[in-house]
Design a protein around this ligand. Structure first.
Ligand code: SAH
Length: 356
């Protein structure tokens, strides 16, 4: 069987080179071509001789996920990619461009970790069609590589990666961790570890496991509610792991990594967006060093709630600030191009099933 080199880490690539009678150095060259230069053909690998290229082409290959759709928002700041996997499944990724003051911008790739999602959050489009499978490490890192390859022409670089697309990253733990290393490695995609973020629905045991890795990634928890009563209504995971267990795990994470945690809190009209909820949230997070991202709900079909009016969002943030919570009101991106939270893949899957 042909060996897929994508997904191997540097050590594995060196070992593979040795098993085919080459030096470890060859493995390191391949590693760099594949992840750092985004190359999938042996042809352009200039520092690899013709005979070796010929040999490689008979025994191994570099898999690629296939871009099948790319849509840009009207102002060009958000771009959505739909990729087809080798088994015909689809995943989506989103590229977001942020202008920052002093001329330093950010180009962030938001990538997926699973086909579908098993978490079943009521407000989220990703889980609507259930869970199909985990992505491999190769498929996770390849989203960044393919996006980088498509924007190469403009000399733009992906500067940040947020693992916040479709799927729950922590339940695909090993592949996600491997992908993080491939994205971060200086001969890999070479994105600084502090520029890589992981967001989780909040699974306490896995948060502790991640803490023990002591990675300096940005770590985010999707809390979305100040108490169990509300969280139970919108996030099934909370029935298994109530907020108190989640907060304990966050405290462990913080103690172990000494890193600030990002709390994601979606503002949902009439459900969790009153000043009283803001106070309850502040109290809940007391003792944790956090940054709260307040995200007005992106409306999705079949979820009976709306985004709160702007004034209510501002009142919420003002209330949290009174209690010393550091919060930011985020603009959602990609609504106009179905890039918000799993909507693109749904559109494709739904139109595919229309054809059946
Ligand atoms: N499973 C992970 C990562 C994927 S979801 C997690 O739960 O964090 C990425 C973020 O988008 C999460 O904070 C999720 O709650 C949020 N999200 C999902 N649907 C949304 C919607 N309709 N509007 C706003 N945010 C949403």
């Amino acid at each position: 069987m042909m060996m897929d080199l994508k997904g191997l880490n540097q050590q594995e690539m060196e070992d593979y080179a040795k098993t085919i009678g080459e030096s470890a150095f060859r493995g390191r060259q391949l590693f760099k071509w594949i992840y750092n230069k985004g190359e999938s053909d042996f042809g352009p690998m200039t520092d690899i001789g013709k005979a070796l290229k010929e040999k490689l082409s008979h025994i191994c290959y570099v898999s690629q996920i296939k871009p099948v759709n790319r849509v840009k928002s009207a102002n060009g700041d958000t771009e959505k990619f739909l990729f087809e996997l080798s088994d015909g499944n689809h995943v989506e990724s989103v590229l977001m461009r942020y202008e920052e003051h002093l001329g330093f911008g950010r180009t962030t790739a938001c990538i997926s970790t699973q086909v579908g999602c098993a978490q079943g959050c009521a407000f989220c489009a990703s889980g609507k069609h259930g869970f199909i499978r985990n992505l491999t490490a190769a498929e996770i890192v390849d989203q960044v590589i393919q996006i980088q390859n498509t924007i190469d022409e403009t000399e733009e670089r992906v500067s940040n990666v947020v693992i916040m697309g479709i799927g729950e990253p922590l339940v695909n733990y090993d592949n996600v961790l491997k992908a993080i290393h491939l994205i971060n490695h200086c001969d890999g995609v070479a994105i600084g570890i502090r520029h890589i973020a992981v967001s989780t629905v909040g699974i306490p045991a896995l948060i502790r496991r991640l803490a023990d890795e002591k990675l300096h990634i940005r770590f985010a928890v999707s809390l979305h509610a100040p108490n169990d009563e509300i969280r139970n209504k919108i996030m099934p995971v909370n029935h298994k792991f109530p907020i108190s267990e989640l907060i304990d795990a966050c405290k462990y994470y913080q103690k172990t990594t000494e890193r600030r945690i990002t709390i994601e809190y979606m503002l949902i009209d009439g459900l969790n967006d009153s000043p009283a909820h803001a106070r309850e949230l502040a109290k809940l997070l007391d003792g944790l060093f956090v940054m709260v991202n307040l995200i007005p709900l992106n409306p999705v079909e079949h979820f009976p709630y709306k985004r709160p009016p702007m004034a209510r969002c501002r009142a919420f943030i003002a209330e949290t600030e009174k209690y010393g919570l550091k919060s930011l009101l985020r603009n959602e991106r990609g609504t106009g191009i179905d890039a918000a939270c799993g909507q693109l893949r749904n559109r494709v899957e739904e139109s595919a099933s229309d054809l059946l």
